[in-house]
Design a protein around this ligand. Sequence first.
Ligand SMILES: Nc1ncnc2c1ncn2[C@@H]1O[C@H](COP(=O)(O)OP(=O)(O)OP(=O)(O)O)[C@@H](O)[C@H]1O
Length: 256
Amino acid sequence: MANWFRKKSTSEAMTMEEEIPGETHTSSHAHLESPILTVTGVTRSFQVGGERLEVLKGIEMELRPLQLVMLKGRSGSGKTTLLNLIGGLDQPNEGEITFLDHAFHLGSDDERTLVRRREIGFIFQSYALMPLLSAWENVELALRMAGVPRSQWKERVAYCLELVGLGKRMHHRPFELSGGEQQRVAIAKAIAHRPSLILADEPTAELDSQMGAQIMSVFRSMIATEQVTICMTTHDPTILEVADHVYEMVDGKFVS
Ligand SMILES: Nc1ncnc2c1ncn2[C@@H]1O[C@H](COP(=O)(O)OP(=O)(O)OP(=O)(O)O)[C@@H](O)[C@H]1O
């Protein structure tokens, strides 16, 4: 995408936000839009010692615009492996992964890295913040890494930190923030360069249930105002309740 800071046109945004009468689905009629990501027949195995460990055994999934999609499954079932493939950090042994118009199963590492930098934001369980930088500087760093012009940093950093409810904590460093606040800085970092897709691996695992619920409410407002799609993993049944769609992984496959 040539313009990383593109804004969806007003007409596009209005279409996405229109309500279907009688439809109670939280993401309006996002299910009518074509997917931003499709995964078809994906397998992934690893050579461990002399053995081949088959982790993903034929995954079919899709992510549609403005959805909050969750992956659940036992520890070791392959959720992180799948997130890595969706995010272009790894490639499948078989099958196809198409993100926007990019064939992630075919592209080189460099091509996937370029797409990832522009279009995907990552959030991890452990926040992954730079400990000596303030909340402001952490978000600014994300913009610098994404190649966003310096002239746009100030406004965008302030906007993102306000969006996650940290307007009054902008100059705190991570150790001066609670776990929930640190995760909100990480979310501000992930969204700052205006990605289309946010991938989050157990983003609420380190948080108590109240902070976890706050993070989910930040995710909901991000979907509405930033027009992103979010795919996350979780074990938490109360968090799963707010998903638009849940994929359950058992033994390397989804069960419905
Ligand atoms: N690079 C690798 N080399 C060898 N084995 C791997 C590799 N990556 C993942 N695995 C194995 O694949 C399986 C699935 O791991 P994965 O991290 O995807 O599970 P998960 O569902 O995310 O688990 P958790 O909920 O504990 O994070 C595990 O048995 C893991 O050891």
